[in-house]
Design a protein around this ligand. Structure first.
Ligand code: ARG
Length: 561
């Protein structure tokens, strides 16, 4: 049941001679004291050649359905209050039956969405910069699946490119195997930094680096071996971070290197379509006047990031026949993805329109890009560990008796970091302040988890008796809360359409707040068995939606905390 649809159908049945369904608008009034739903009759006035009030009155006279409590016409609006008991009973039954399936829809009809997200760079620390792509991507994946799409998740590892030539050169020149083995990522980072310092004094090094990358591309055995080793070490380290986040399954880890032998046909096709242009020894594709051309091949023959992304787009279209291909990557790569789409478009592929850059803002600390005191990238792993430690301190203070407190601390700490990332519009920059995001009040992950854990302990009192709805009295808090649950399916659709998990995060916060108002306003458990059971059932269905919302966002829901 969708109340708006029902109202629409009822009105349409009255006016079907002169109107089409699309002419009928159903609004949610800002002021819910006026109505649950309002139907503006102004636009109908032209079609029916009657005043809005007369139209309203005519509909009112003919409307009859036990779901409507009252219907009024005021200032050209038809204001409808629904029969709250009937609606509540309906929602309770629906949620008890569908449980965590509630809110699912079949918009996707099993069509495939390819999602490229997380995608950290090999031989570099997994920094906070990749946190956003990882958690936003994961949430959009879950939202899409909830909408009936088949999702292929791809971790497009940054494991190819000139930087690896430089790194191999640096390792061979200044590196030591044992030192690197002991602490791979930090040591490789040092070598990479050293390369750039030295190259400032001695620019020929840049050529050395490029030459090594060329060797890699040409399959030089020694270079490949070193590269494979670096990659394996990186993946080991990344796995630790993914495990903490609870996001550790991608359908594919085919990164940039995977496309090394798949670029030639693309370059040939560009050439055949007369799109390739020689410029200072390099091959480029000219795009629009106000955009730099896409650099496809360097003068030394080495390929580029976009060349590999072109090959990847073809590979994905061919192998997954996607309906949409989403790339969850920061704002700073907008030009890259605009160019990628344009090149495909120029090649004549109409599916270039299905390639979508799902961009997002930066993580800021005190208004500046987040970095350590030395100005280096902050490792995500370190941030998560710190959040977990802080959560552990809170637990020791608040509930020293808690069983498996370490596991709960991980759920709270990590959940706090994830929720902070997802609660603002995707495209906004976000502030990161560990103390704030771990607060148990306000718009935080712990607040939601705590609300849900509180519900969970209440549910121990449930007796599973049948509720007599005739004896139930519904107050404002109860109605607001249950009515909130009613809009969950719409929120899922909106989150999918906007590719924005914050639609859901904001909803979950509202729901938790509405629950706490309900909880603060009345005693849940008293001597009235029927009323107590009713309130507990409401607790139960709120928890179903809270937990499902958290699951979609990638946040765990501890039963006790
Ligand atoms: N590794 C890249 C980076 O960290 C992100 C890759 C995004 N995906 C893609 N197909 N380009 O900047």
């Amino acid at each position: 049941m969708n109340l708006k649809q029902i109202i629409k159908d009822d009105i349409y049945n009255i006016l079907s001679d002169s109107l089409s369904r699309e002419d009928i608008l159903i609004e949610n009034p800002k002021d819910r004291k006026m109505a649950d739903y309002a139907v503006p009759c102004f636009s109908l006035s032209k079609i029916l050649r009657k005043s809005p009030n007369d139209i309203g009155l005519m509909i009112k006279e003919n409307l009859n359905n036990e779901l409507y409590e009252s219907v009024d016409v005021i200032n050209g609006y038809l204001n409808i209050f629904v029969n709250k008991k009937k609606v509540i009973e309906y929602i309770i039954n629906k949620l008890k039956e569908e449980k965590e399936e509630y809110g699912s829809n079949n918009m996707g009809n099993n069509k495939t969405i390819v999602m490229d997200y997380s995608s950290p760079n090999i031989a570099k620390p997994f920094g906070v910069g990749h946190l956003r792509s990882t958690v936003i991507g994961n949430a959009i994946k879950n939202i899409s699946e909830k909408c009936g799409y088949e999702v292929v998740s791809i971790n497009h590892l940054g494991d190819w490119g000139t930087q690896f030539g430089k790194l191999i050169y640096a390792y061979k020149e200044w590196g030591n195997e044992d030192v690197v083995r002991n602490n791979p990522i930090d040591e490789l980072k040092k070598l990479y930094v050293k390369f750039h310092k030295e190259a400032e004094l001695n620019p020929e090094l840049e050529d050395e680096g490029r030459a090594y990358f060329k060797k890699l591309e040409d399959g030089d055995e020694e270079s490949l071996k070193i590269w494979e080793w670096f990659k394996a070490e990186s993946l080991k380290e990344f796995a630790g971070t993914y495990n903490l986040l609870g996001i550790n399954k991608f359908d594919s880890y085919n990164g940039e290197a995977f496309y090394n032998d798949k670029m030639e046909p693309v370059i040939r096709e560009l050439d055949e379509k007369n799109l390739l242009e020689l410029s200072d020894g390099a091959y480029i594709v000219r795009l629009t006047d106000d955009m730099p051309p896409a650099l496809i091949k360097r003068s030394d023959g080495a390929t580029l990031y976009i060349t590999r992304d072109l090959a990847a787009a073809f590979y994905r279209k061919k192998n997954y026949n996607f309906e949409e291909a989403l790339y969850v990557v920061g704002n700073e790569q907008t030009l890259h993805f605009t160019q990628l789409k344009l090149v495909l478009d120029k090649m004549g592929y109409e599916w270039s329109k299905d390639i979508k850059h799902i961009s997002f803002g930066m993580i800021l600390q005190d208004g500046k890009k987040m970095s350590t005191r030395q100005g280096k990238n902050v490792k995500l792993h370190d941030v998560l560990v710190e959040a977990i430690e802080l959560a552990n301190e809170y637990i020791k203070e608040r509930s020293p008796e808690l069983e498996n407190s370490n596991e709960v601390a991980r759920q709270i700490g990590v959940g706090a970091v994830i929720f902070n990332d997802l609660k603002n519009y995707r495209t906004s920059d976000i502030e990161f302040n560990l103390k704030d995001i771990l607060k148990f009040e306000g718009e935080t992950g712990p607040y939601i988890q705590y609300t849900n854990a509180r519900i969970n302990s209440l549910l121990n009192h449930k007796q599973n008796v049948n509720i007599d709805y005739n004896k139930i009295i519904i107050n404002e808090y109860t109605w607001n809360l249950v009515f909130k649950l009613y809009s969950f399916p719409e929120i899922i659709i909106r989150a999918k359409e906007k590719y924005d998990p914050s639609e859901l995060s904001k909803y979950i916060i509202d729901l938790a707040q509405d629950f706490n108002k309900f909880y603060g306003n009345e005693k849940i458990i008293d001597d009235d068995i029927n009323a107590t059971e009713f309130r507990l059932v409401i607790c139960e269905i709120v928890s179903i939606v809270l937990e499902e919302g958290m699951r979609i966002l990638g946040i765990e829901a501890p039963k006790q905390m």
